[in-house]
Every structure is written in structure tokens, then in C-alpha cells.
Design a protein around this ligand. Sequence first.
Ligand code: FAD
Ligand code: PYC
Length: 404
Amino acid sequence: ALSHHENWERQWRNPTPKKQYDVIIVGGGGHGLATAYYLAKEFGVKNVAVIEKGWLGGGNTARNTTIVRSNYLWDESAVLYEHAMKLWEGLSQDLNYNVMFSQRGVLNLGHTLQDMRDIQRRVNANRLNGIDGEVLDAKGVQALVPIMDCSKNARYPVMGASWQPRAGVARHDAVAWGYARGADAHGVDILQQTEVTGFKIRDGQIYGVHTNRGDIEAKTVGCVAAGNSSVLAKMGGFNLPLESHPLQALVSEPIKPILDTVVMSNQVHGYISQSDKGDLVIGAGIDGYNGYGQRGSYPTVEHTLQAIVEMFPIFSRVRMNRQWGGIVDTCPDACPIISKTPVKGLYFNCGWGTGGFKATPGSGHVFAASLAKGEMHPIAEPFSMFRFHSGALIDEHGAAGVAH
Ligand code: FAD
Ligand code: PYC
């Protein structure tokens, strides 16, 4: 049947690399593509290349479980993630591409008194920052999710939850493809199967990159390479305080619609939503070891499914269909790095760890503004890599949602 469609128009070009660009973005995931899109569309910087060693959005953008929320504790991160949330709310229209952003709400469950105190504190902080949020008791949670075991018999009974109604999920591939098509339409060159193997640096200033397809020059280079960020930093001659860990996810066979919101529990440690296709989309925390293999180990899967079945006994006989892993770049304070570096003109946007998908539009937008102006955008400013020198950390482990 597809033979009738062989003349489909390409969504983006497959150009030959030019010798020189104004800005090079390393990494063609959601964040890199969003950066290129806003650079060209909003900041008038159109001579831009996105260099991707594999295929577009094949890294964590393709591998994540697409939870989008902005209920972070501290002002700095709340502002960053809420900036992203506002962009999500108009993204399909802006890109003219359906990113299937579904604001079905996210519950972060509490199972102990201390969980509930933390939830109250975080929801209060959110509301002071103009972010929607409510504290629910167990009855309120049960009313939203009738199939969840909210009885007192559970090993860790559900005591309540934070509820962000504007939160939800989006379609990961569509986000990458929508930004790619938009960036390409504004003249950005998207170079797939092109790996950056080194930086050209002279007198402390970047002036290009080495790639497996030859050298390409630019006086501004932004690296957005998620789990591979430390490898690129090493090429620049400095270290980043990142650990690269596998983070796994799995999906079930498709079933009829049964769960119309997103449920996360850090205490029993699992999270779940149902995709529009019907699959249950499931995950938990990182595998404890460092590595670059996009797989993960069996005990983590077992632990995750124990938690899911404990919360949802109704799912005990649903079969799992697929499992995969991505490499996440975790930072000591569970916050990203959006920053200048010791090399002039070389910028990094990384350290999003287990939670960067939700930030994709906001991250791309503030990074683009910073690259265009040569000065960090005020929202990005607190996320400098130099906070690990000054000690001005922003500890978001509580809101990160997935144990690091
Ligand atoms: P990526 O999409 O990984 O893009 C980086 C790109 O850089 C890759 O395509 C890679 O090939 C390329 N690259 C690397 N090195 C080079 C090089 N030398 N030369 C050229 N290209 C290079 N976040 C949420 O907010 N909600 C979630 O529910 C969620 N769930 C997750 C579940 C899993 C299983 C995983 C793995 C992650 C999850 N995350 C979640 C985190 C989220 O996926 C990431 O933070 C986010 O997608 C990072 O986007 P990115 O564009 O920076 O990275
Ligand atoms: O950051 O919300 C999140 C998240 C959920 C699953 C993985 N990360």
C-alpha cells in the first residue's frame, strides 16, 4: 500500500554540510532541534547547523515516557519549567504540527507523613509561583483513579498526592519532527549521521568542530548531547559534574482506555500512564551503575513492576511488550546545566537527567536566546556550571520524580 506514497515530500532537507555556520548545535534531540528552531525563527540567526551522530530524536527524546509538568520546588526551576509549560500549551499551533500535548494531569503520590509534608510545601511553593497545584487526600486520589488500590491494606498506603491539572504527556517523536521541520523551513541545515569527534579551539576561543564528514567552522557552538555530554566536555578540555546512567522504560500490550491521568510514586517507586495507542507506559528510577549502553538491567524492571502491581493489582496479568533504556546525564543537584564554559563561544545545555523532556520548548528557547546574544538568558542564569564552584546549588531531588 505504501507504494502509492513514494512521492511524499520530505519533511526536512538532507543538505551537504557547509564549510561555515554562525552557530552549530551538537545533538539533534528535542532540545537541540528546539534551540535551532527558536534561533532561526525568533532571534534571526538562520545560518545554523544541527549536527546529529545518529538519527533525529533517536536519543532520550525517543526513549522517554513523555511526562510534562512544572511542579518544581525552587523558584529558579519552577520558572524554567513553567516557561516550558506555557510554550507546550501553544506548541502544536506554533509548529503547525500535532505534538499531541494532552493535559490529563499528573499525580505525585504521598505514602508517609513526611511525603505529605513535602507535598504540601511544594504545592504551596508552586502556587506562590503562579503554577497550578492541589493537595489531595486519599479519597481525592481514589476519586480521580478508581482502579488504584488506595486501601489501608497496602504495604505503603496512599495518604494523598500533589495534583497538577495542567500537566500531562506529549508525543515524543512529533516533538522532534515538528521542531526539525520548523527549523528546516527557516533555513537550518540538519546534518544526520554526522558525529562531532573534537573541537577546534585556539587561544581559548572555539572556531569549529571536527566531524566524521570533515571540519565545520563556527564561532558559537552549543552542545545538547544529554548522556554523552561528559564525552564532549572532555573534548573541550574540561569536566562536568555529571554521571551517565541508564534509565529504563517499558510498555505493555495495548489495552482499552482505563487510566486517563499520570500516576507517579517515588515511595513504592514506579510511574504509569496510558498512551493513546492503549499501551501502559511504565518506568521508575535509574540503574545504579554508570555506562553508555542503552539497555539497563533486569532487577530494575522487576522492582518497577512490583511497584506498579502493588498500586494497581488490576494490571497483574497485563503482558509487557517492549523494554528499552536511554542514557541520562544526572547532576548532583538534580537540575540542568545551561551555561557558558571555560572555552569562549562554547556553551553546554545538559544535566537534565531523568526529567528533561518536559523542558524541551523552554530549554530550547532560553538556550537560543543565550547563543544569539552571547549572554545567558535570565531564566538560564542560575543553571550555570559554575554554581558547582560557588555552591549556589538548586536541589530538586524531591521534585525530580524519579529517584536519581
Ligand atoms: P537527546 O534526545 O538524547 O539528544 C541528544 C542527541 O545528541 C542524541 O540524539 C545523540 O545521538 C546526540 N549526540 C551525542 N553525542 C554526539 C556527538 N558527538 N555528535 C553528534 N551528536 C551527538 N523526561 C521528562 O521530562 N519526562 C519523562 O517522562 C521522562 N522519562 C524518561 C524515561 C526514560 C526511559 C529516559 C531515558 C529519559 C526520560 N526523561 C524524561 C528524560 C528526557 O528523555 C531527557 O531529559 C530529554 O529527552 C533530553 O533531551 P535532549 O534533546 O537533550 O537529548
Ligand atoms: O521528570 O516527570 C519526570 C519523569 C517522569 C518519568 C521520568 N521522568
